[in-house]
Write a protein that binds this ligand. Structure first.
Ligand SMILES: NC(=O)c1ccc[n+]([C@@H]2O[C@H](COP(=O)([O-])OP(=O)(O)OC[C@H]3O[C@@H](n4cnc5c(N)ncnc54)[C@H](OP(=O)(O)O)[C@@H]3O)[C@@H](O)[C@H]2O)c1
Length: 356
């Protein structure tokens, strides 16, 4: 299962909306005769690649798989019947697939056809590998990471609306590496106006488009925003409201003409609605890079799953823009806290909700 998990890692940042999956076929003599990894949505599933790799040696062998084999027809055919047809005698599965189209159906199919099945070997590791996918399947929204940089004296910016670069090269490299892996990043319209960010992964290889989301209830994003010049890197989605669009149809027209998608979400729980809409687009992971108002709104709505806080080695002085007003890290909901030094800066990471 260790080997299957490391095979699954090969799909990191590439398989969305699917999970990362690895599989290994082992003969009765304990020899690995087949290996497979799911590398891209629409591509072959890990079990099928491992079975093909094993060929006839799969007959009577054991299949180790990091996720339950599927039993539904998606972009590729169902895997569980193929496992049976290949003559696998025993299947060891790390965790069940929470996709409602599978959810135990693959395991039931294997058992019904005489395959001996063990479930739960290295379950924690396998679930950790696919937290974003599991969150979307179980909660109907992406896994939300709240990312912020604070000065040594705790400010998020020197003053409201003032662009304040805080972190050094090593921390910035980490940010860009993350941008190369996640499905989407988001900012509030205040950050677009203050920082005019590009929101592209730079200095890190990314295979597929990166969706950038702007939470902009009043359609304040200017068509001259630098973000709108980066559509080659991926779509830009403006999350706004029907009333803003009704008040300023010309602004919607201009933003759409500039190549963005404008999504209109009504109601009091607009943040939930926006996240559900992103999940419906197949987005498993979302990193919210700021600013203050958007972070506070997500925190207050209990929609933050992970925190990533960079504490910079420089102080800003007496006055600045405060981050959250609640002491986040002393909240009883925060678990799994880790710290790491990146150049002169420190990175503190933690989970807020128990991982799904
Ligand atoms: N240190 C860091 O990590 C970091 C990162 C990013 C930004 N910043 C700094 O933060 C500052 C910008 O922060 P900010 O608070 O002014 O702006 P912000 O959080 O980027 O954007 C706030 C805007 O988002 C819109 N929004 C849409 N849906 C919302 C919702 N459900 N809840 C709350 N807001 C929603 C609101 O627009 P409407 O008002 O139209 O409703 C609101 O004005 C800048 O100075 C920037 O440099 C720092």
């Amino acid at each position: 299962m260790h080997r299957a998990l490391s095979l699954a890692e090969r799909g990191r940042g590439r398989t969305t909306p699917n999970p990362m999956v690895g599989a290994v076929v082992v003969s009765d003599e304990g020899v690995v005769v087949g290996r497979g990894a799911h590398l891209t949505a629409g591509g072959s599933h890990a079990e099928i690649i491992a079975l093909a790799d094993a060929g006839n040696r799969a007959r009577g062998a054991t299949l180790y798989c990091t996720l339950e084999p599927c039993c539904h027809i998606g972009r590729t055919g169902p895997c569980a019947p193929r496992v049976v047809d290949a003559g696998i005698r025993r299947a060891v599965i790390a965790c069940m697939d929470p996709n409602p189209l599978v959810a135990g159906g693959g395991i039931a199919h294997l058992r019904a056809h005489g395959v001996e099945v063990t479930v739960g070997v290295m379950r924690e590791e396998a679930e950790a590998l696919n937290r974003p996918f599991f969150t979307r399947m179980r909660l109907g929204r992406p896994l939300v990471t709240m990312k912020a940089a604070l000065s040594l004296d705790g400010w998020m910016a020197a003053a409201p609306g003032v662009r304040t670069p805080l972190t050094g090269a090593a921390a910035n490299r980490r940010v860009h590496r993350e941008r190369a892996e996640v499905d989407a990043i988001a900012v509030g319209s205040g950050t677009i106006l203050a920082d005019d960010p590009l929101l592209t992964p730079r200095g890190a290889f990314r295979e597929r488009p990166l969706a950038r989301i702007v939470f902009d209830s009043r359609l304040r994003t200017p068509v001259s925003a630098r973000l709108l010049s980066t559509l080659a890197a991926g779509p830009v989605i403006i999350m706004s409201t029907p009333s803003a669009a009704a008040n300023a149809p010309d602004r919607v027209g201009a933003l759409v003409a500039a190549g963005t998608a404008v999504e209109l979400i009504a109601g009091d729980s607009r943040l939930h609605g926006a996240l559900e809409r992103l999940a419906a687009m197949g987005i498993n992971s979302l990193v919210v890079e700021g600013g203050v108002a958007l972070h506070r709104a997500l925190w207050d709505a209990d929609l933050v799953d992970r925190i990533e806080l960079f504490v910079a080695a420089r102080a800003l002085g007496a006055a600045g823009m405060e981050w959250l007003t609640t002491p986040v890290f002393s909240s009883s909901r925060v678990t799994g806290l880790t710290t790491e030094l990146l150049g002169d800066d420190a990175l503190i990471e933690a989970y807020v909700h128990r991982p799904h």
